[in-house]
Design a protein around this ligand. Sequence first.
Ligand code: ATP
Ligand code: MG
Length: 600
Amino acid sequence: MSSPSSPDTSSDNVRPSNFLRQIIEADLSQGTHAQARWGGSPGDAAHHAAGRPDPAKIRTRFPPEPNGYLHVGHAKSICLNFGLAADYGGVCHLRFDDTNPEKEDQEYVDAIIDAVHWLGFDWQANGTEHLYYASNYFDFMYRAAEHLIETGHAYVDEQTPEAMRANRGDFGKPGVDSPFRTRTPAENLARFREMKAGQLPDGAAVLRAKIDMASPNINLRDPAIYRIKHAEHHNTGNQWCIYPMYTFAHPIEDALEHITHSICTLEFEDQRPFYDWLMDRLVQGGLIAAPQPRQYEFARLNLTYVVTSKRKLKHLVDSATVAGWDDPRMPTIVGLRRRGYTPESIRLFCERIGVTKDYSWIDYSTLEGCLREDLENKAHRGMAVLDPVKLVLTNWDEVMGAGHLEACSLPALPHPPEGVEAPVRHFTLGREVWIEREDFEETPPKGYKRLFPGNKVRLKGGYVIECTGCDKDAEGRVTQVLATVVPDTKSGTPGADTVKVKAAITWVGVADGVPAEVRLYDRLFTDAQPDAGGKDFLALLNPDSLKVVTAYVEPSLAQAQPDQKFQFERFGYFVADRSDHAPSKPVFNRVTGLKDSWGK
Ligand code: ATP
Ligand code: MG
């Protein structure tokens, strides 16, 4: 079954299993969440208890921090969370993790919403928009903090940040208790309220969970859960001057939204004991609904030849190394989109790479392969000459008639879907055509089958021609290639193959070819792992990641709509640029070549 939020990415409709699917299937068969109630919106235990049985069998979430544009790594998380929810009769929430007052921006919120929609997913289910903002939960988070204080599970620590760091210990050394650790709940509550009231400056105190300063897991050595930050928040303004730490906020966000399976990347594995510790305390206190959410970790996507860190991507944008977040060389969703990647190809990629707990790198060519697979039977074919030189058919006027333009056509799709008539493209052949400079050699290297004096080739979809020579300028550079047309050899006519040729070359008529700007994009970095092992990714930029040429394209290509994808015969997949293309001034981006050519 596929639903609008579960786009079908596999031809046989069977998805490979993985450890997350097994966990979910076990929970469903054991009825772990069968008694859960849903209050219609996020809320505490009482709110949900007053609701109806949860219509969603599972709840997952995609929780981006709105501090940058999403990248291909996020796409993996999006496909995973929305995909699992759809496959198991559940719901996936889009949640903005906006608990950090700095660095967050409406521009990013809008871009994230766009990106998730574009990928083909939606957060609407059972008549509810499951789009949430973590900053709406500040009141509850504060209440949870007071609850921990009152039950002796949290204290206000006023050590200096240096002392706190030193007293945390390390892997070989247990931590040392803070002198503030023995404050009574009443003292802590009073002090915490002073923090909230703005009576202490930034950094003067933090609220810490009281767990175990000797724990082998350093994350359990009394982690900070609230800090003072006199900063304005884009949603709550100046209402707060204390803000929850991510590790405290995140489990609470999950619990209020009744998330069943909280899926995150492996870096958070060590945080899981704290996640469970906090959830246990809040369930015991009756603050959040049982059963509590559980966290599961998977390996993040590492893709070769790109960096996938919002901070590093932002640096590329801010330093004008690339033209913006949507530069077609960027691994952002907007960049991939502008480059010509389709949502189908990205979803296919995410499906294909699978979900594991093993750290690994995925080769960039896997992504390119998915695009080729998606476009193979969808993208219309067309001819473009990227490095043009003029070819003159010297006997044309005499044989075909002066000024004659021969109407030619070729199928636009070699394998149209069943029952669909193959679309056809039309163009003309006249006395002058554009050909690739590399398709002529005055002195051919061994095995060369294209144009050289005395050799015959076919102009694809047109006539057989015989090369007679060339004209050159003072520097010896070929200015035009000369040939004669062989009559009665037009493609698709009865006598067409009486003259045998070893090659057919691509071309565009001078009469109807349209000049086009073609942006030949390549990988942004020369190193497969540009930011691994402390490498300076900025020193590994590929100086040839963009080459712009003026090409000629056949008329059908010039009529492209922005964002329309094509296969330029022999060159690969191209897209009419979303922002800059207009039929009167065509601009195309190279998405990828026809086969993997990197490093060859
Ligand atoms: P970055 O390090 O690029 O800023 P992030 O993890 O800080 O990424 P968030 O906005 O917090 O960005 O991410 C939202 C979700 O996307 C998280 O659940 C995170 O686990 C997931 N995610 C981020 N990067 C990857 C990746 N490379 N592979 C898989 N999931 C990812
Ligand atoms: Mg993060």
